[in-house]
Design a protein around this ligand. Sequence first.
Ligand SMILES: C[C@@]1(CC(=O)O)c2cc3[nH]c(cc4nc(cc5[nH]c(cc(n2)[C@H]1CCC(=O)O)[C@@](C)(CC(=O)O)[C@@H]5CCC(=O)O)C(CC(=O)O)=C4CCC(=O)O)c(CCC(=O)O)c3CC(=O)O
Ligand SMILES: NC(=O)C1=CN([C@@H]2O[C@H](COP(=O)(O)OP(=O)(O)OC[C@H]3O[C@@H](n4cnc5c(N)ncnc54)[C@H](O)[C@@H]3O)[C@@H](O)[C@H]2O)C=CC1
Length: 221
Amino acid sequence: MIPLAFDFAGESVLVVGGGSVGARKARRFAREARVVVLSPAFADADFGDAERVRSRADRETLDAWLARLDPVLVVAATDDTETNEMAVAAARDAGALVNRADHAGERAFDDVAVPATVRDDPVTVAVSTGGTSPALAKHLREQIEASVAGAGAMASLTADLRADLKAAGVPPGERRDAVRAVVRSEPVWKALRSADAKGNQAVDDAVRRVVADVVDTEYTT
Ligand SMILES: C[C@@]1(CC(=O)O)c2cc3[nH]c(cc4nc(cc5[nH]c(cc(n2)[C@H]1CCC(=O)O)[C@@](C)(CC(=O)O)[C@@H]5CCC(=O)O)C(CC(=O)O)=C4CCC(=O)O)c(CCC(=O)O)c3CC(=O)O
Ligand SMILES: NC(=O)C1=CN([C@@H]2O[C@H](COP(=O)(O)OP(=O)(O)OC[C@H]3O[C@@H](n4cnc5c(N)ncnc54)[C@H](O)[C@@H]3O)[C@@H](O)[C@H]2O)C=CC1
């Protein structure tokens, strides 16, 4: 298994099965994609911005929705093995990727597995156990959560810093050293985690101190 980061913006995802698992997957993909959930009944759960279509998935209904949505991904999440198999076959014929929720083991979940994910936008950390132990993926995700806090702000601030240094004519070697020093700096992390807003003075000061140690070229931000 090799994780890839996939941009679902502008794409569609078809979820088959509206139980708690279908809801979790729908919520996940509806952050970016247009998601349609096909199911005769829906759990009392949060489906995010997904559209719910009350219908049993048979081959004809699946083919009609596949043609209509042209999804990049089909999630087979019913409690019925035959329906999930049918959804996999229909998705394959339509050229979509498949995620199967009721199977694990070597390649048994088909094309893609959904990892446990920690987000601090724009940073995401994903944990996969290769389909072997979702409970372990969840546990590791919970442990990682604390260390990812502040990473989103760190990503944004180093992107800005890189652009500022470039605009100021700081050579590539020094830019790289400065960005590396900032992402490793405990005082910057500490300031980020205690800051209530991006641009907080303590963060700026900590970054300035780290950069001044590394960059010889004169620059102003
Ligand atoms: C293969 C995969 C396919 C896929 O769904 O993509 C799959 C398959 C199966 N899950 C099962 C069970 C559970 N799944 C969870 C939780 C999560 N499952 C997720 C992903 C994946 N699950 C993919 C592999 C990911 C990897 O590589 O590790 C997570 C990470 C992401 C998400 O779904 O959002 C999300 C945690 C989100 C979070 O909190 O961070 C819990 C924990 C709980 O509920 O507390 C349990 C109960 C405990 C247990 O059994 O382990 C079963 C048995 C069903 C049965 O026995 O009937 C199967 C099928 C089978 O194993 O045969
Ligand atoms: N991948 C994962 O993270 C997990 C997977 N599972 C597996 O996922 C499956 C689903 O789990 P839950 O959501 O808890 O089950 P559930 O029983 O709550 O929901 C199943 C849903 O499928 C729908 N359904 C049944 N036949 C259908 C058809 N022909 N067309 C469309 N929808 C249909 C039902 O109406 C129901 O909404 C389970 O069988 C289990 O093996 C279970 C836990 C976690």
